[in-house]
Design a protein around this ligand. Structure first.
Ligand code: SF4
Length: 168
């Protein structure tokens, strides 16, 4: 037991990525400042899946864990578009979901923004027009910012949110 704790104290936490931690802390700090300044401390996001594989949603779920802790920065995922400032769109735009996505956008009170998440919403040729797909999403909604990746990591999503906050 003593051997274990001696080694533990000597080596520290070897799974901790210090560079990632520093970058994350910097992004968190800037996001919090921007949300305080531009959204009075609270930015509400309504996420809509227009036909995704669910990996983008899984990465977004990680944003609520104690490590990324997006809620502590003032960014919340909400259940109703009527409580939202931003529509976060994931997945390829399918014919079936197009009217529902547009409806969700209409329900958000102004001022409002759309952020597309992952490569699917911006799907280009040759698969953007099939019997099921009605892509790209920017033909249907005014996309204010796009977060690339398939799927983007939680850190990339936070970077994307920060870029959006800087832009507006
Ligand atoms: S961008 Fe990639 S991970 Fe995200 S929904 Fe599309 S296929 Fe899935």
């Amino acid at each position: 037991m003593i051997k274990f704790w001696t080694r533990r104290v000597e080596k520290g936490i070897i799974t901790r990525n210090k560079e990632l931690q520093t970058e994350l802390e910097q992004i968190q700090k800037e996001i919090k400042q921007s949300v305080n300044k531009k959204f009075a401390g609270s930015l509400a996001i309504r996420m809509v899946d227009s036909g995704s594989c669910n990996a983008c949603e899984a990465e977004c779920n990680a944003l609520s864990n104690p490590y990324y802790n997006l809620e502590r920065l003032g960014i919340y995922f909400v259940a109703s578009p009527r409580h939202a400032d931003v529509l976060l769109l994931s997945g390829v735009m399918t014919f079936n979901m197009t009217p529902h996505v547009k409806d969700a956008y209409e329900q958000i009170p102004a001022p409002k923004w759309v952020i597309s998440l992952g490569d699917c919403p911006m799907m280009q040729a040759p698969f953007e027009r099939t019997y099921a797909i009605n892509a790209p999403a920017n033909e249907h909604l005014p996309i204010a910012h796009h977060i690339q990746g398939c799927p983007p990591t939680p850190l990339e999503i936070m970077q994307g949110l920060l870029e959006f906050l800087r832009k507006i």
